[in-house]
Design a binder for this molecule. Structure first.
Ligand code: MIG
Length: 784
């Protein structure tokens, strides 16, 4: 194509820059208060303001009519009754809650959101809010010099998004994900701004194609949409963690995953036959490599018909799944939205007869080309279609399947636009809207249908769902993998800030294809990538058809040994990760964190993308380049223990470290603790012992948390869990632990140990006032 050559920048082909053509919405002319809702009229349209909580305010400006205050499916919370009194000075109206104050200057209309101390969080520029007759809307905000930006979901590039311009439009991108690649599979129009004064967040809840421009102007940014209203929420912070709690209050928290989903997943496009799957599992057993999940990609289906198995390739799926389960392994099949046009296929018949497919306004079904050939697409915006789709998962649950992998749900279609015709009209539970408006929520609603359907079929067991596409709120249903990356070192590098920003967007359960999907991987890359994967929330090795195989043993013994070590390490860390998943469920704070989340006052962390934290006390600094045994690691303030050698390093500075192939650099903050379990071949194996590692530091105090439940049911919702809290106080002569527990779940382990690192001789260790006897130096066995 000529567009792929220099012809693309032919001097004659440059378009003239036109003035933007936006018009201001005009001054505020009148207003009224109806209960909790402030409504004001401008020249054009209506402004509405509602507090959802003292620390969350919604602002909607519709330049084309009334502010409708409708909800996208992202929203999981209702507005609380927040009491406020408007103050009107003649020029400005101010609405104040306990935490926020919104000032509305009437002429010209200018909205400023402040905290209770009058600190400005968000302020419109002179351009304010504007629209075009063609229905585009835009909102301009000031951007201060010291502001840094996190979130925006699944984007390429580095950690801090200042200077980026990003478009939200769920897209299937098989072409290599480059720094300039913009829209990927997920659209999360939410971000957090951090400055010296603190943090606040904005969620632009508009499901049309939206654009965030933090690049074009030096001192302002904008968010714009192709349609709909200027509808956004401001979160008060003032810390990054509070913003995440506020955003996930509004859009929902992630469920606690079943434990098996936190183990190691092996995938390939595709393991094509029952025989191949059995041999794969046998290899894992023989090689002593833990495994919890095998994914079945599209080859398992009969002619790519969802809710079927190919009778030749998989003659007895029930037996296969049962046999694997007996070995502690779960099978997760892929399910795409496209339903093959085939009048003899029951799913297609049901969809047509019961009117469940996406249609044009004129009444004909929309067909698009995907794997099965010409296909219809369920209209997930309709409750009836969602229920139908969910109920059909009985097919999988009857076979013993407890997890589903949703792919192609942007939706991806093999045509020029890569998706469904924008004119298609979704039923949208009685409020019909075009695909142009609802494209970005199609994947989210498929996830809702799948998760909720599967949940009702599993009789109290936790479903696992993996999805490629999503919108804000997707964390309520699914884990997210970052789609079709490649076996490039650059993509290993890029996966870190991408997964960290997904975490900063309310999506804690995320990860890339370990080893890289397309292109040929190699031993060194797979080894380094598996090291990172061992501590990434979602840990799956997946690779594409036509490229080198990349199971752990594919590149020879030297690499296999190291890969085994790190998959095993994953299982040792599971207790620690599980507690962090529980924390994410409660607070929205992710498991894998950028350092800035823990050290927001430390400028060195603001764009630190090649290291990450697990929880609040562990820094991981992987090798991300070939043939390199050295790297610089930045350790924030405090002292840090090398996880492997026990050597203590000073924080607040950079270290040059040597990192042989078998090492993933991990540092634990002195004065803190982490929980470990034994290496197991799968999470179904009983966890017989539990060890809490405590890293000695004189004059320190830390509250260590450890959460346990059965790992597989929702019984924790009815009190069947146990939550430990250890306050560890250490000084020159003694360590005192005050241990508390809440809940009555009886954990599996038979032995519980405390293991100290760096503990000097002659230190007295006591727990709840009782002095402990060491079994050997620094090792204590206790009864909890
Ligand atoms: O266009 O099902 O991202 O993980 O292996 C390819 C085949 C469709 C894309 C997914 C990938 C999966 C593949 N799918």
């Amino acid at each position: 194509m000529l567009e792929d050559t220099s012809f693309a920048i032919h001097p004659g082909g440059q378009q003239k820059l036109t003035s933007s053509g936006y018009k201001p919405v005009g001054p505020l002319q009148s207003y009224q208060l109806a209960g909790n809702v402030f409504r004001g009229k401008t020249d054009r349209g209506e402004l509405a303001i509602v507090f959802y909580r003292d620390d969350i305010v919604r602002i909607e400006m519709n330049p084309f009519g009334e502010a409708q205050l409708l909800h996208s499916p992202a929203i999981a919370a209702e507005a609380n009754q927040v009491l406020y009194r408007p103050e009107d000075t003649g020029e400005t109206i101010t609405l104040s809650s306990q935490k926020l104050s919104v000032s509305i200057q009437k002429q010209p209309l200018l909205i400023t959101v402040m905290d209770q101390n009058g600190r400005i969080l968000v302020q419109e520029t002179k351009k304010g809010m504007a629209y075009k007759e063609t229905k585009e809307v835009i909102c301009y905000k000031n951007m201060k010099e010291d502001e840094h930006f996190y979130g925006f979901g699944e984007k390429t590039g580095f950690l801090d998004k200042r200077g980026e311009k990003m478009v939200m439009w769920n897209s299937d991108v098989y072409a290599p994900h480059n720094p300039e690649t913009d829209s990927l599979y997920e659209s999360i129009p939410f971000f957090t701004t951090l400055s010296k004064a603190g943090a606040h967040g904005i969620f632009f809840d508009n499901t049309f194609k939206t654009t965030f421009d933090l690049r074009s102007e030096e001192d302002s940014y904008s968010f714009a949409s192709e349609g709909g209203a200027i509808n956004y929420y401001v979160f008060a912070g003032p810390t990054l963690k509070q913003v995440l709690e506020q955003y996930t209050h509004l859009t929902g928290k992630s469920p606690i995953p079943p434990k098996w989903a936190l183990g190691y997943h092996q995938s390939r496009y595709s393991y094509e036959t029952e025989q191949e799957v059995r041999e794969l599992v046998k290899m894992f057993k023989e090689k002593n490599i833990p495994l919890d999940v095998v994914h079945l990609d599209i080859h398992y289906m009969d002619g790519y018909r969802v809710f079927t198995f190919d009778p030749n390739r998989f003659p007895n799926p029930k037996q296969l799944i049962q046999d694997l389960k007996a070995e502690g392994i779960h099978v997760v099949p892929i399910v795409d939205p496209g339903v093959k046009e085939d009048p003899e296929y029951h799913i297609y018949q049901q969809g047509v007869r019961e009117d469940l497919f996406c249609k044009y306004i004129e009444g004909s079904i929309y067909f698009g080309e995907v794997w099965p050939g010409n296909s219809a697409f369920p209209d997930f915006t309709s409750e009836k279609a969602r229920k139908w789709w969910g109920d059909n998962h009985q097919f999988y649950s009857d076979l013993g399947i407890e997890g589903i992998w949703n792919d192609m749900n942007e939706p991806a279609v093999f045509n020029e636009t890569k998706t469904m015709d924008l004119k298609v009209m979704h039923e949208n539970d009685g409020d019909p809207k075009t695909h142009r408006e609802l494209h970005n929520v199609y994947g989210l609603l498929m996830g809702k249908a799948t998760y909720e359907g599967l949940k009702t079929k599993l009789n109290g067991k936790r479903p696992f769902l993996l999805t490629r596409a999503g919108y804000s709120g997707v964390q309520r249903y699914a884990a997210v993998w970052t789609g079709d990356n490649r076996s490039f070192w650059e993509h290993l590098q890029m996966s870190l800030p991408m997964v960290m920003n997904l975490g900063m967007s309310g999506i804690p359960f995320a990860g890339p294809d370990v080893g890289g999907f397309a292109y040929d991987s190699n031993g060194e890359l797979l080894t380094r990538w598996t090291q990172v994967g061992a501590l990434t929330p979602f840990f799956r090795n997946h690779s594409a058809i036509g490229f080198l195989r990349q199971e752990p043993w594919s590149f020879g013994k030297k690499y296999e040994e190291v890969i085994r070590k790190y998959i095993q390490l994953r299982y040792q860390w599971l207790p620690q990760l599980y507690t962090l998943f529980k924390e994410a469920h409660d607070t929205g704070v992710p498991i894998m964190r950028p350092l800035v989340l823990e050290y927001p006052e430390d400028e060195n962390t603001y764009n630190l993308y090649d290291q990450f934290m697990i929880g609040d006390n562990v820094v991981v600094a992987p090798i991300l380049k070939p043939s390199d045994e050295y790297r610089v690691v930045y350790l924030p303030k405090g002292d840090w223990y090398d996880y492997w050698t026990g050597e203590k390093l000073a924080g607040g500075t950079r270290h040059l470290i040597q990192v042989p192939l078998d090492t993933l650099p991990i540092y634990v903050l002195a004065g803190t603790a982490i929980a470990h379990g034994p290496v197991r071949m799968s999470t179904e194996e009983k966890e017989t012992e539990r060890t809490v590692h405590i890293y000695y530091q004189a004059e320190s105090e830390y509250t260590f948390k450890m959460y346990e439940d059965d790992g597989s049911t929702f019984d924790y919702e009815n009190g069947s869990f146990i939550d430990y809290s250890f306050t560890i106080e250490q000084d020159e002569t003694s360590v005192n632990i005050s241990a508390q527990k809440q809940g009555n779940y009886q954990p599996d382990w038979e032995r519980f140990e405390l293991k100290f690192h760096g503990l000097p001789e002659n230190i007295r260790v006591s727990i709840n006032g009782e002095v402990l006897q060491a079994r050997k130096h620094g090792l204590y066995q206790i009864n909890l």
